[in-house]
Design a protein around this ligand. Sequence first.
Ligand code: SF4
Ligand code: SF4
Length: 238
Amino acid sequence: MSLATLFSPWASFYRPPLFALLPVDDPGLGELYHHLPYHLQPVDLLASARTILIYFLPFPPEVIAANRQQPDTAPLWAEYYVRTNQVIGQFNQAIAHWLEQAGYHAAWQPATHNFDEKTLTAPWSHKSLAVAAGLAVFGRHQQAITAAGCAGRFGSLVTDAPPDWLSTQLPPAPPPEPCLDCGYCWRVCPVGALTATGLDKQKCYSRLLEVAARFTHLGLCDVCGKCSVGPCAAWEKE
Ligand code: SF4
Ligand code: SF4
């Protein structure tokens, strides 16, 4: 069974997922630790770690359209955020079970809410790992943009399965498309947290908490996504 097949219980809710691998001795990880010295290493999660598997679950067009169509965060976007965090946990469980049957082990960090609320830094960054693996590039909105865009969620998992074997189990992802520098994201930011000169993370987080207060019935819904629905959301072709 391939990883894409393993995703089939959730496939109808997303565009096709993208996968990438990062061997634990990849030079890209050295660069990541240079920029994020507090970031955990794969062996901190699994002593026998050999590979990091990173994946992107792209939201479907109707979710992107919903968040474009109103000034506030759309309820459908909020629901997808909460639901996808759960799906990532469930998908990781399924991958871990599949790996166990092949004689390997796995460990992971949650999809989100593993960050320090004061410094807003996470000890395990799925987005930075996606960039290190060549699955994505950072855009001006500081989100990671893949070949399928940036509207979606990233997950990752550490395993002692060798990268060569794992690479036979997943479809290769197309290279990411770079940011257009178009300015959509900073023009649409409702609180001025994102500007042409950068991102004020504290201001952004305050906005996420305001949105969370609107959607308490969904669980912890600290999301906004207004900057993630521009031309790089899904690279829709005309
Ligand atoms: S909206 Fe435009 S400037 Fe902002 S990240 Fe996307 S492509 Fe880049
Ligand atoms: S998530 Fe919302 S508040 Fe934060 S930078 Fe993007 S548009 Fe602005």
